[in-house]
Write a protein that binds this ligand. Structure first.
Ligand SMILES: Cc1cc2nc3c(=O)[nH]c(=O)nc-3n(C[C@H](O)[C@H](O)[C@H](O)COP(=O)(O)OP(=O)(O)OC[C@H]3O[C@@H](n4cnc5c(N)ncnc54)[C@H](O)[C@@H]3O)c2cc1C
Length: 416
C-alpha cells in the first residue's frame, strides 16, 4: 500500500502544533477514521481516543482554520464541553454573557437569562482538535474523496492525492453542510441545504453586555444576530431558512445591509466600527433530516451532515458535538463487543435522544415566520413571567418547546 505523506499533529507535540511527516497511517488498520474535524468529528475523536481506540481525525484544512459561524455557545454546548473536560479552558478564552435579548419584527423584546459563551470558531475548533490529539487521536490534514465498504467488512478511505488509501474498521463522516461523501454512499435524501447564513467581524467601541437576536422585518423570514466577542469585537450576521421562503428569493446580502442600517443597535455599532473581516456566508443543514446516519458497511454520518443544526435559531455546535458523543459511545460498544452490527443503534439513539428537541424548534420556526404571530408571542413572553421561565428552560433544554409554542402554552400564559 502506498505510504501516506501528510502532516500529522502528534500528541507529544501539542504545544507547538508541530507538523510531522507520517508514514505509518496508510499501512495500519485504524479502529475509526473520522472525516471532518469540526465540533462533531473532533468531539467524536476525543471520546474515542479517551476510550483507547486507534483514531485518525482528518480534515481538508490545516488547523487552526476559520469557519463561518455566529460563534455563540448555548447550554447544550456548555454541557458537552464540560463532559469532555474542556469547559474551564474554553470558558477562560470566551466572552461570557448572562443574558440574551430577542427582538420581534416590531422590535418587541424579551430577555433570556442563561450562560452564553462566544468564542471564534478558529479558536474553539482548534482547542477541541488539540484535546482530541492530547487524548491519543492522530490528526492529519487530508481531503477525503471516497469511502468504500470492503468485503472483509473494513472501510477504505481515499484521499485527493490519488495515491494514499487508508483502512479502518469504522468510518465517521462529519463533513458539515458539505454532504458529497454521504451522497456518494446513497445516504442523502435531500440534496439541497435548508438555509444559508452569513456573518462578518467588526470592531466597535459600543458597549454590549448580552447576545442579541432579531427577527427584524428587514431579514424576514430570517433572523439576525449581534454577538459581542470581547476586546471590542462583534460577530454580526443573519440567516434565512429556505423552508420558510415564499415568493421571490431573499437577497441575503441586501437584507443584511438593510438590517445594519435599520436596526438601531446595529446602526450604532456600525457608525463607529472598523470591519475586521469580509462578509462570508455558508450553507446550513437543519432539522435532523436529509441524510441517513448509518451507511453501508460500517459508516456513520454525524453533525451538520445529518442536519444536526436547529431550525429557527441556526444553532448547531452543541448538537453536532452531541452526535459525536453518541457516535463514539456506539462505536466503543461495537468495537469492544466485536459486534459491529451494533452500529445500527446510532440512528435509533439520534431519533430518541435528539429528534424530540428538534420538533419544538420546527414548531417555533413555523410560528415565528409569521411576523404578526412573532410579535404576539414576543408580547406575551414579555408580559408573562411564566413564559419567560419556560423560554429560558427551552434554551437550557429543561423544557419542551411545545410547552410554549402551542395554543395551550399561550392560554396558560394569560392565567399565570
Ligand atoms: C453563518 C452561520 C452562523 C452560525 N452560528 C452559529 C452559532 O452562533 N452557534 C451555533 O451553535 N451554531 C451556529 N451555526 C451552525 C454551526 O456552524 C454548525 O452547526 C456546526 O459547525 C456543525 O459542526 P460540524 O462539525 O457538523 O461541521 P463543520 O463545523 O462544518 O465541520 C466540518 C469539517 O469537515 C471538513 N471537511 C469537509 N469536507 C471534507 C473532506 N472531503 N475531507 C476532509 N475534511 C472535510 C471541513 O473542513 C470542516 O472542518 C452557524 C452556521 C452558520 C453558517
Amino acid at each position: 500500500m502506498p505510504q501516506l505523506r501528510k502532516n500529522l499533529i502528534l500528541s507529544e507535540d501539542l504545544k507547538n502544533w508541530k507538523q510531522l511527516d507520517v508514514t505509518a497511517a496508510g499501512s495500519r488498520l485504524w479502529d475509526v477514521v473520522v472525516v471532518g474535524a469540526g465540533p462533531a468529528g473532533s468531539m467524536a475523536a476525543l471520546h474515542l481516543a479517551k476510550r483507547g481506540h486507534e483514531t485518525l481525525l482528518l480534515d481538508k484544512d490545516s488547523f487552526p482554520r476559520d469557519k463561518v459561524c455566529g460563534d455563540g455557545l448555548i447550554a447544550d454546548s456548555v454541557r458537552c464541553l464540560t463532559r469532555a473536560g474542556l469547559y474551564e479552558e474554553i470558558r477562560s478564552r470566551s466572552l461570557k454573557s448572562d443574558l440574551g435579548t430577542v427582538y420581534s419584527p416590531s422590535r418587541i423584546c424579551f430577555d433570556i437569562p442563561g450562560e452564553f459563551l462566544t468564542l471564534k470558531r478558529v479558536h474553539l475548533d482548534a482547542l477541541i482538535v488539540r484535546s482530541a490529539v492530547a487524548s491519543g487521536a492522530s490528526f492529519c490534514q487530508a481531503k477525503v474523496t471516497g469511502v468504500e465498504a470492503q468485503p472483509d467488512s473494513t472501510v477504505t478511505v481515499s484521499l485527493d492525492d490519488g495515491v494514499a488509501l487508508l483502512r479502518s474498521r469504522i468510518v465517521f463522516l462529519a463533513t458539515g453542510a458539505n454532504v458529497q461523501m454521504p451522497s456518494k454512499l446513497g445516504l442523502v435524501t435531500e440534496q439541497g441545504p435548508s438555509g444559508v447564513a452569513l456573518r462578518c467581524y467588526v470592531r466597535s467601541p459600543v458597549p454590549l453586555d448580552r447576545l442579541v437576536v432579531s427577527y427584524d422585518r428587514s431579514i424576514a423570514p430570517g433572523y439576525a444576530w449581534i454577538f459581542p466577542l470581547g476586546n471590542g469585537e462583534f460577530n454580526i450576521g443573519c440567516g434565512v431558512s429556505y423552508r420558510k421562503r415564499s415568493g421571490s428569493p431573499v437577497n441575503l446580502r441586501e437584507a443584511f445591509r438593510s438590517f445594519l442600517t435599520s436596526f438601531p443597535l446595529a446602526a450604532e455599532i456600525l457608525r463607529h466600527a472598523e470591519a475586521i473581516s469580509p462578509i462570508r456566508g455558508a450553507m446550513l443543514r437543519c432539522g435532523l433530516s436529509g441524510t441517513r446516519p448509518h451507511g453501508p458497511g460500517n459508516v456513520l454520518v454525524l453533525g451538520e451532515s445529518i442536519g444536526a443544526t436547529f431550525p429557527f435559531t441556526g444553532e448547531g455546535i452543541g448538537k453536532a458535538m452531541e452526535t459525536g458523543e453518541i457516535a463514539a459511545e456506539v462505536a466503543h460498544d461495537a468495537l469492544s463487543s466485536g459486534d459491529l452490527s451494533r452500529l445500527g443503534e446510532f440512528p435509533h439513539r439520534i431519533e430518541h435522544e435528539l429528534k424530540p428537541k428538534f420538533l419544538g424548534y420546527r414548531i417555533a420556526e413555523n410560528w415565528f415566520s409569521r411576523p404578526w404571530l412573532n410579535d404576539f408571542v414576543a408580547r406575551r413572553i414579555r408580559s408573562s413571567r411564566f413564559l419567560q421561565e419556560l423560554v429560558a428552560g427551552i434554551v437550557n433544554e429543561t423544557v419542551d418547546p411545545r410547552e410554549v409554542f402551542s395554543l395551550r402554552g399561550m392560554l396558560r400564559s394569560f392565567l399565570s
